[in-house]
Design a protein around this ligand. Sequence first.
Ligand code: NFE
Length: 466
Amino acid sequence: MKITAAFDPVTRIEGHLNIEIAVDTVNGVQQVVEARAIGGLFRGFEKLLIGRDPRDAQHITERICGVCPVAHGMASVRALDAAFGVTIPTNARLLRNLVNGSNFVESHLLHFYLLCLADYIEGPAKSPWQADWPIDRRFTTAQNDQLMQHYLQALTLRRKADQMTAVFGGKIPHPPTFVPGGFTATPRTERINEFKSLLAEVTDFITSCYLPDVQLLIETYPEYAALGQGPGHLMAFGAFDLDDAGDSRLFNGGVAWNASSDIESLADDAISEHVRYAWFRDAEPVHPAQGRTEPQNPKGQAYTWLKAPRYQNKPIEVGPLARMWISGRYQAGISVLDRHLARALEAETLAVAMSEWVDQLDPAGAVYTEHDLPQTAQSQGLTEAPRGALGHWLNINEGKIARYQVISPTTWNVSGRDQYGVPGPLEQALLGLPVENADQPIEVMRVIHSYDPCLDCATHVTRVRA
Ligand code: NFE
């Protein structure tokens, strides 16, 4: 591929992602004709879990990322609960939901205001606003000033959302309170009151600033409702249990093909990981429960440290839009703007749900169920992280972790080509994207940011690139 532009690294995301594009004129329109998403770091977490006590898993896997540690803790304890055959008390279910929900809201505020908005508004002539491409800025001075004010307010509201996480979670990042069998903190009345007061402030910001600001973006940049679609398939594992048996969830699991409103139920055995174009030892696509993490760099045509997860061997988008779609809450379209709106609406949905969950806590109730540890077990923890479907797969042998595999949402969205050479979702979303100025392709940044990638979750450690 003859590279026209390389974003190395992409700025205002978590972790390190490189994007290479080729731009050409097709039918009179200058556009992206090739795209490669490159995760430049190797994540070795799976390897360092082997041989450890299974009860270490949630504390270690939370360290995969400082942005979504709660979701990794949740995926891990769900896998451990299943392996240990334990049902957690109602209080523990609610506390886990509240800590996870707060982290989602914090992450969505972080994404819209601090990571994405700078693609559209004019900031002061200092970091992080410069060096920037000051092109295609359409807001009036008054609108721009107000969005800047909200940007600054979002710094405070993000902190308050983090405080919500810490009220029950103990600290953020990496709350230590998630354990198999339940939760280690109790819902004391003063904690409940503190959580409610913070939630009221955060909810007010979501309804009075975040949602109207996304609407303003939609009105001002309307063509982005038709840009950045990607493969058009959506998947969610589902999350936020509404009952102790796990039969009902705030966000359902499922699959929507070709932006259809018909939702298929999720068949988790249809997941496979492809490594032909990734720096891992070649193997046929396998289910993550059989997956291996054996780095090989350099390797033939490989260009990324992200494996390519596929569902029924097809690339599929995960994230807030997929969750809202599959739960029937938002099915307007798949595009840059739909991702932003679905994410903001999801923040509101979660704020309302958290106000109900916090009222269901019983300050005198149990938070933990005693259980025994098995010598052998195989299980999975499927849930949702702020950026989409998150899965942990676990094997225990002789009381120790024998195998552990993680597929994080960014690995789904930002994966490279699969066994069949089919590009990943973000790569597809970039293909055909009109680019006004190939030296300052701001359109590409807008599409990348709409997915809210986190390469910390998807890759790790250091790398040698061929
Ligand atoms: Ni590092 Fe994460 C989320 C997970 S994204 S932020 O959300 O898992 O791959």
